[in-house]
Design a protein. Structure first.
Length: 376
């Protein structure tokens, strides 16, 4: 197997850790001896071994003199687990191929330096783009302390997310909804505005394909942005497995706050005015809780606020072959918006996927890159 294929194998392993490793990065590792793969591993849930340690344990004595392919720079410090660099050195690895330097200030070239000092030859940068995409949320979080924000919406061909009566079930088809449940499984939190709670009464859980097959083992944090405290206590979102948070702005209804808390809901008072919560302050607050990815699922006003304030990193737009029409039908993105086409937010690295007759257009909001780190 060519060396490039070994790194591709490590990248595939890293994807298996997505949704389980946060707040740690999703990393894959492969140990190769005499052209044969003798060990494989990926990051285990928090507190468990890192990818390199799993792969080295599988390789055993065959790791001595072997090559290691890993998607992110090995750590050289004690955290919840011992440093991976020590395990690599003690295993007798001869060379390490590393896709991406870790921007974590506690690593950021130090791991590579430690391996070099121990006589292990390092090669850095193979498949860096793919490794960066797998850990795009981790990279932003390390650089800014803010979570990576994904804006997701489903709309008709004429850009509507609901009819004039508020009906929106279902615009996207079952295959598209199945894909969304997969995305929910990989993120740390799902966020919606209070209007969506009132009109749609969603559960906001990660479930089996199309919502069937029960709940997945790891449920994302549910965040309700509710500046005026209007969410009804009987909403489905408050009785689902996992954690739910509502963010209010002043003034606070203390009696309702106590009722919310009796349901197991965390109430967080965030800055805001006029019934609008400062969304960047909320994102910074959840970032302090080591939430590195937020899936923003609407509604229109919350999405509009996020785009107006340049808080969105990635867009997942599902388009269904239907026309809703009407000037009162809700559009996907509200807020102030652009006055001129030249001011519209452009997407880059755009991809198009089909889910039967539905189309997913995904891309990244063009902005200054973050998360870079030089090993030099």
């Amino acid at each position: 197997m060519p060396s490039s294929d070994h790194m591709e194998c490590a990248l595939s392993l890293a994807r298996l850790a997505s949704g389980y490793s946060s707040p740690n990065p999703a990393v894959g590792a492969v140990v190769v001896k005499d052209g044969q793969v003798v060990g494989m591993g990926y990051t285990q849930p928090v507190g468990g071994p890192h990818a390199e340690v799993v792969a080295l344990a599988q390789a055993g004595e065959k790791a001595r003199g072997a090559s290691l392919y890993v998607t992110l720079e090995p750590c050289g410090h004690f955290g919840r687990t011992p440093p991976c660099t020590r395990a690599i050195i003690e295993a007798g690895i001869a060379e390490a191929h590393i896709a991406l330097v870790d921007p974590n200030p506690g690593v950021c070239g130090a791991g590579i330096g430690e391996l070099n000092a121990a006589g292990i030859r390092t090669c850095v940068g193979a498949h860096e783009g793919e490794a960066r995409e797998i850990n795009e949320a981790y990279l932003k979080y390390m650089a800014t302390g803010l979570p990576f924000v994904i804006a997701k919406f489903a709309m008709s061909l004429d850009g509507k997310i609901a009819t004039k009566t508020g009906d929106s079930h279902w615009i996207s088809n079952e295959q598209a909804r199945c894909y969304v449940h997969g995305v929910r499984h990989t993120v740390d939190a799902i966020m919606i505005g209070v209007n969506t709670v009132i009109t749609d009464d969603p559960r906001l859980t990660a479930r089996g394909c199309g919502g069937r097959g029960g709940y997945t083992s790891r449920q994302p944090l549910r965040i309700i942005v509710d500046g005026s405290g209007r969410a009804p206590l009987g909403a489905k979102v408050f009785s689902q497995p996992g954690r739910t948070m509502v963010t209010w702005s002043e003034p606070v209804d203390e009696a309702k706050k106590r009722q919310m808390e009796s349901l197991g809901v965390e109430v967080v008072v965030a800055p805001g005015e006029g019934g609008l919560v400062d969304l960047e302050a909320v994102l910074r607050s959840v970032g302090e809780r080591q939430v590195s990815t937020v899936l923003l699922e609407g509604g229109s006003e919350l999405l509009g606020y996020a785009f107006d304030h340049n808080l969105v990193d990635k867009v997942l737009a599902f388009i269904a072959p239907m026309i809703i029409g009407g000037t009162e039908g809700r559009t996907a993105v509200g807020g102030v918006g652009a006055e001129f086409i030249s001011e519209a937010l452009p997407l880059e690295r755009v991809e198009v996927k089909s889910f039967s007759d539905n189309v997913l257009v995904s891309g990244y909001v063009k902005k200054a890159s973050t998360g870079a780190c030089s090993a030099g």
